[in-house]
Write a protein that binds this ligand. Structure first.
Ligand SMILES: *Cc1c(COP(=O)(O)O)cnc(C)c1O
Length: 218
């Protein structure tokens, strides 16, 4: 579906929810997509993209950044501590901060550099053993720790379990954000971004609906 149509659906969902027209950042998730598809979206004027791997982003984005101004990159995949330095150099926002060790490393790098990407605390709302994210019971303490570390905490992020009703997870995440005084909510993907917007999403991460099915990696 063309970018234009996705933007219209985002606007319609915002209007339906009685929210301001610019209340949501549409992150075009370009992971694993061929460069020509990414470039087509850049040519349409879009500048906010999401990648799930540091290395893949390092491989493709510097060339685009040399040719297009104002690109904003969001890391939406798991971050290993040993890639933290590369990540803070590359990304404007990191959506997957989910453990104190990573947070401390990011805080140290932020102090060294005198700047930091915005961070989102990833919550494993479905408490799935195989999934990354801080458990719901640990969220309040972790928020306090991130604040004590002076990291620019923008909000919370979740990826609901595939087999469950996403609304329950969006509502839970919104509640945890509210009680912690956080306004940012990174939630909603191709299949459910309108629903996420109705629950207060401020950042939706939309991949296949914009770019088409992901081409499997070799
Ligand atoms: C791949 C991915 C997306 C985008 O998924 P689509 O269903 O293609 O929109 C969003 N969020 C995360 C964390 C992802 O890994």
């Amino acid at each position: 579906m063309p970018l234009h149509d996705i933007k219209q659906r985002v606007s319609a969902a915002l209007a339906e929810a009685g929210r301001a027209p610019d209340d949501v950042t549409l992150i075009a998730v370009s992971k694993v997509q061929p460069a020509d598809r990414v470039e087509a979206v850049l040519r349409e004027g879009h500048r906010v993209f999401g990648e799930n791997r540091v290395q893949e982003a390092q491989g493709r984005w510097p060339a685009f950044q040399a040719r297009y101004d104002g690109i904003e990159l969001h890391l939406i995949g798991p971050l290993q501590t040993n890639k933290a330095r590369a990540a803070v150099e590359m990304f404007d926002a990191i959506h997957t901060v989910d453990r104190p060790k990573l947070a401390r490393t990011l805080a140290r790098l932020a102090q060294e550099r005198g700047q930091s990407p915005e961070v989102f605390l990833q919550v494993n709302t479905g408490e799935e053993p195989q999934k990354a994210g801080c458990l719901p019971a640990d969220v309040d303490a972790f928020v306090a720790e991130l604040r004590a570390l002076d990291l620019p905490l923008r909000g919370l992020m979740c990826i609901p379990p595939v087999e469950e009703e996403a609304s329950l997870h969006f509502a839970l995440l919104a509640k945890m954000a509210e009680r912690n005084g956080l306004s940012g909510l990174s939630m909603g993907m191709s299949a459910d971004f309108e629903k996420a917007i109705s629950f207060g999403a401020t950042h939706v991460r939309v991949g296949s609906a914009i770019f088409g099915e992901r081409v499997p990696q070799a």
